[in-house]
Design a protein around this ligand. Structure first.
Ligand code: SF4
Length: 268
């Protein structure tokens, strides 16, 4: 019975998040942030050129980075460290696609606040417990590893009333991963259609948000947003279990503080 002394030695391993912050959550590469200017325009231009997914736009008011396209390769950070830095804050999900652009677009605040308020009114009934149906719509398997971790003793999402279900007819939340492979668009749509109301959709990972490195083409739809109505967009390649957990909590209105890019404090 080696687990008895091990259990006594290690004590409680389950994360205190979201009740309290957990430093372990900041050990993952979660996002790229744009540092305040001034920036070296030539280096920012070089970073934009080197970005494999065209996630960086260098405008007159400085660079903007679309986390919904960023695969976290780190090239921009290496080429222009005064402009870009890796960010460990995993609460990166947003209730509007434009909320993933940093620095935030001036016109996006009101739209994001309205989307968040409408979502939380719709899913109020799900706050005590939520059943999740995960659909892999053409993933490379990276996000699936992180999804599988959610039920282990470290994350233990059952303690928060979050359960996975095999049947879409029992599901409240559709967790979609993958690039939207042509062969999976029909099953993804059918899964959504048979779920009971109220229902909510999370596009998890940069592949599901915008197609990642695969993008849009004959074999993939460039994400799942054209197939099912996405309520919460979670970037990351892959998002960590903490990121996934924060997105689920955001989707059902239980994320303390509201997270980033989500119009903190907007009415629920
Ligand atoms: S880290 Fe993201 S934004 Fe930077 S170069 Fe890589 S994909 Fe582009």
């Amino acid at each position: 019975m080696p687990w008895i002394p091990r259990g006594l030695r290690e004590g409680i391993v389950t994360t205190p998040y979201p009740r309290r912050p957990d430093g372990y959550g900041r050990g993952f590469r979660a996002a790229v942030a744009v540092r305040p200017g001034p920036h070296d325009r030539s280096r920012v231009g070089a970073a934009a050129t080197a970005c494999p997914t065209d996630a960086i736009a260098d405008g007159a008011d400085g660079p903007r980075l679309d986390r919904g396209r960023c695969v976290l390769c780190g090239r921009c950070v290496a080429l222009a460290p005064e402009a870009f830095e890796l960010d460990a804050d995993f609460e990166t999900a947003g209730v509007a696609r434009e909320a993933l652009v940093v620095p935030a677009l001036p016109e996006s605040d009101a739209a994001v606040a309205a989307a968040r308020a409408a979502l939380h009114r719709r899913v109020r009934a799900l706050r005590r417990s939520v059943h999740v149906r995960h659909v892999d719509a053409g993933s490379d398997g990276a996000v699936e590893w992180e999804v599988a971790a959610l039920t282990n003793p470290v994350y233990d999402v059952h303690r928060l009333g979050i359960f996975f279900t095999a049947s879409p007819r029992h599901a409240d939340l559709l967790l979609a991963t993958g690039v939207g492979a042509a062969g999976m668009l029909g099953p993804l749509r059918e899964t959504y259609e048979v779920m009971p109301e109220p229902k909510v959709v999370i596009a998890a990972g940069v592949d599901a948000v915008g197609g990642g490195l695969v993008g849009r083409g004959y074999a993939a739809a460039g994400g799942v947003g054209d197939t099912v109505p996405v309520d919460v967009w979670l970037p990351g390649a892959p998002p960590s279990p903490f990121g996934l957990l924060s997105a689920i909590l955001l989707a059902v209105g239980l994320l303390p503080g509201g997270g980033h890019g989500t119009a903190r404090g907007a009415g629920a």
